[in-house]
Design a protein around this ligand. Structure first.
Ligand code: GLV
Ligand code: MG
Length: 344
């Protein structure tokens, strides 16, 4: 008897303790965006299968209003004609209050739902948006006879969405993860930036003023400044909410394609804070994301040493002059689990 989407969710009956989501543990370090309505870009997609963790056909922002139908049709063609193998196939649909969101969902699920792994929903404000998508997907999956449920990924890009981040994570067992959407979020918060992700030279702290020998404070303008991370608060908040609900957090887009060094820094900060991946807006960013969101050989080797030395995982040991205990062995287990997952 084939498993239906309904069977998949059966263990999550109302009142049952919330288990970790049954998220397929497939790598998604780089979510590579392409415009399916752009023939040049679309033609490259089949050759990218196997070279990137996720291929995402983008239908929302960056696609002109007059090209929305063309992009949707392009995505249907790609979905039908491509075997995705180890690469996941995602889409970003138009927002739920746009003229295109409903048609995106109904057409894609009906026509290529068997290929789609995850639907990214932009501008999610609260649990109600996820409930709407969840119910609609259930109907469309049943109608199309799909046996594998399509998962949902929300972009955190409104102040209200950030305020409701925990209920968004918990809104459906389909929730796969969240991405930071720094461009829309900056606008919604009335931040005074014009960038897509990354830092800002004006957001900094200055070294304390030195004192002269006479004890006077010297407020020199040439003191060292340190640039701060505009996105630290939101990423940390998103990571906590995702960890609490067993889903995956992602850094979103880094718009300065040429500055691969700063992109790598930003991705690495996100990795260290708990994110599992980021968007790639250009093929150059794929290698960066794959590298950054994979634990280093040295870190994994160290983690394995600690785990071996800790035996049953309790107590404390000294390794290279550093104390390791029950808590640090758990950090090491996270690192090794990720390495194993990526190697599988
Ligand atoms: C992404 O969608 C963003 O708004 O940054
Ligand atoms: Mg956006």
């Amino acid at each position: 008897m084939p498993r239906t989407a309904k069977d998949f969710f059966a263990p999550l009956a109302v009142g049952a303790p919330q288990p970790l989501r049954e998220i397929p543990a497939r790598p998604s370090r780089a979510i590579h965006f392409f415009d399916p309505g752009n023939e040049k870009m679309a033609a490259k997609v089949p050759a990218m299968v196997g070279t990137v963790d996720v291929l995402l056909g983008n239908l929302e922002d960056a696609v002109k209003a007059e090209n929305k139908e063309k992009s949707r049709q392009g995505l249907l063609d790609i979905g039908r004609s491509t075997e995705f193998g180890p690469t996941q196939f995602w889409t970003r649909v138009n927002s739920l209050d746009s003229p295109w969101g409903l048609d995106d969902l109904t057409t894609l699920v009906t026509e290529v739902g068997d290929k789609l792994d995850v639907i990214m929903v932009p501008k999610v404000q609260g649990a109600e948006d996820i409930h709407y998508v969840d119910r609609l997907l259930a109907q469309l999956e049943a109608k199309a006879g799909l046996t594998r449920p399509i998962l949902v990924h929300a972009i955190l890009e409104t102040a209200r969405g950030v305020a409701n981040v925990e209920e968004i994570c918990a809104a459906s067992p389909r929730m796969q993860g969240l991405s930071l959407g720094p461009a829309d979020l900056a606008a919604d918060r009335r931040m005074k930036t014009t960038r897509v992700g990354g830092g800002h030279p004006g957001y900094l702290v200055r070294q304390d003023p030195p004192r002269s020998d006479a004890g006077e404070t010297q407020y020199d303008a040439d003191r060292t400044t340190y640039q701060q991370d505009l996105w630290h608060y939101t990423i940390a908040r998103m990571v906590d909410a995702c960890a609490m609900h067993g889903i995956y957090p992602y850094y979103g887009p880094f718009g300065d394609i040429v500055d691969t060094v700063a992109c790598e820094d930003q991705f690495r900060n996100a990795f260290l804070l708990g994110c599992v991946g980021a968007w790639s807006l250009h093929p150059a960013q794929i290698a960066i994301a794959h590298r950054v969101f994979s634990p280093s050989v040295e870190d994994v080797a160290h983690a394995r040493r600690v785990i071996a030395a800790m035996g049953d995982g309790t107590g404390a040991v000294m390794i290279d002059g550093k104390m390791e205990d029950d808590a640090s062995v758990k950090q090491c287990q996270v690192m090794v689990a990720l390495a194993d997952e990526l190697a599988a």
